[in-house]
Ligand binder design. Structure first.
Ligand SMILES: Nc1ncnc2c1ncn2[C@@H]1O[C@H](COP(=O)(O)OP(=O)(O)OP(=O)(O)O)[C@@H](O)[C@H]1O
Ligand SMILES: [Mg+2]
Length: 168
């Protein structure tokens, strides 16, 4: 197992968090530091490789934190060509076919839970897709029945990010 403090790619793991919801090796959960977008993508790819149908990943972080970069990594781990993955900030939802379908939501422009519902964006939680959500703050309670991973990305320098990955 990758228990040498280098949890994924060249991201350096700085602490470990252990819980037992998702069926994934423990070393993907914890606190990481990345020094480039590529490292963040590699970390996302490692998580993506472990995801199964109906898993949900919530991506928290300020504008430009790296949520879409991380989502591209997840997609790659799910077997989706990374060039296909663009930010859903305008489309709100993009659907990709990999070894499992992956639905990528961006709720930045959604003001309320009701709006998300009316736009049909919550129907994805009734499908077998892996769901990856940027700006999930408005809908965190929707997907309680599913195994969920929460990713929090903090900007700590121009190219440095602190990334917390946990099960909720
Ligand atoms: N360590 C890093 N990890 C991720 N991105 C990084 C890193 N260092 C620099 N960057 C840059 O930060 C930007 C992150 O952009 P990205 O679109 O992924 O952010 P976002 O969180 O999705 O923003 P938004 O809220 O607008 O959707 C990219 O330009 C990327 O190259
Ligand atoms: Mg984005």
């Amino acid at each position: 197992m990758l228990d040498d403090g280098r949890g994924a790619g060249t991201a350096r793991r700085v602490s470990v968090e252990q819980r037992d919801v998702i069926n994934a090796p423990r070393d993907v959960f914890g606190s990481f530091e990345t020094g480039s977008a590529q490292e963040t993508r590699d970390l996302g790819e490692r998580l993506g490789g472990l995801l199964r149908a109906r898993d949900v990943v919530l991506l928290f972080g300020e504008l430009g934190a790296g949520k879409t970069v991380f989502a591209k990594g997840i997609a790659s781990g799910v077997g989706i060509a990374v060039e296909q993955v663009t930010s859903p900030s305008f489309t709100l939802m993009n659907v990709h076919e990999g070894r499992v379908r992956m639905t990528h939501l961006d709720l930045y422009r959604i003001e309320t839970f009701a709006q998300a519902e009316q736009a049909g964006l919550l129907d994805v939680f009734n499908t077998d897709a892996i769901v990856v959500v940027e700006w999930p703050e408005k809908i965190v309670d929707v997907c309680r029945a599913r195994a969920r991973v929460e990713v929090r990305i903090y900007v700590v320098g121009p190219n440095e990010r602190r990334i917390l990955i946990s099960e909720i």
